[in-house]
Design a binder for this molecule. Sequence first.
Ligand code: NAP
Length: 299
Amino acid sequence: MKVLITGANGLLGQKLIRLYEERSDVHVIATGKGANRNPNGSHIYEEMDITLKQEVLTTIEKYKPNVVINTAAMTQVDHCELNSKECWRLNVTAVEYLTTACKSSNTFLIHLSTDFIFDGTNGPYKEEDLSNPLSKYGESKWESEKLIEASGINYAVIRTMLVYGIVPDMSRSNIILWVKKSLEEKQTIKVVNDQWRTPTLAEDLAKGCALIADKKAEGIFHISGKDLLTPYDMAIATAKFFDLDTALIEKADGSTLTQPAKRPAKTGFILEKARRKLNYVPVDFQEGLAILKAQLNHV
Ligand SMILES: NC(=O)c1ccc[n+]([C@@H]2O[C@H](COP(=O)([O-])OP(=O)(O)OC[C@H]3O[C@@H](n4cnc5c(N)ncnc54)[C@H](OP(=O)(O)O)[C@@H]3O)[C@@H](O)[C@H]2O)c1
């Protein structure tokens, strides 16, 4: 099987490459914007900016992959809110280019979406629950889901949330790394205690993508961790795990933070479909912390 990964320098992209390195039956074509920043592995790397239609069409035509996994996106929620045109170009228009390319090469597309397509009034959510995005990021991802469905290609949409993990040369941090670094520097941090998520270990998300790619399982899948926690709970668990000072962590009410984008209060995913159809079983949050810790000295 030939799998082409977009956004291969990102957190999920690098984890996917690592996962596929263990498999001799999968040939990976890693693509990303700019040069390869992943020091590991022996995969092919091609520069591919997904907002450049011709580049997308030519690259997919050249490799004729069986599966494309689109991990590339504008992922920072506040940046999307403040730069909505750029967000739309990357999270919607570029996805249209990918569907066009997948259609002409009969390629299965796996696309990544988010819990932010929901408004957070009724979580945890299952796949068929009604969407109502509160932010530009959420809107763009919801639009991308709809356009893929309307395109007539064979596809899966994976919705995930609050992904944590570590890889070399990351373009953005995540809650665990932020809490750990802040507390090591003896900084006091305010962490929201009135929002709920099921945080996702990046390795679990990569595993979910691979299970779907293997089966070419079609439709929408919720892939996340299994523990429903507030960011404050996650921060306390992280501090305790790394033996750092929990007294530096203050509880905050989401409404007191001045963030450009609105966040849903309670999301979290019901994973029943992924368990039943894919045999997807994520680690719990404590195991996730242990896996991340073991990797800290190797990046
Ligand atoms: N992380 C989360 O908490 C989370 C939650 C819900 C959904 N998701 C979704 O899951 C997917 C993977 O997320 P992630 O955590 O792996 O994000 P990430 O680490 O930010 O990776 C995204 C990658 O996309 C690349 N990219 C940006 N613009 C591009 C372009 N025009 N062409 C090609 N590549 C481009 C980025 O390049 P640079 O490295 O050069 O910036 C980055 O490497 C995304 O679709 C995201 O929306 C993530």
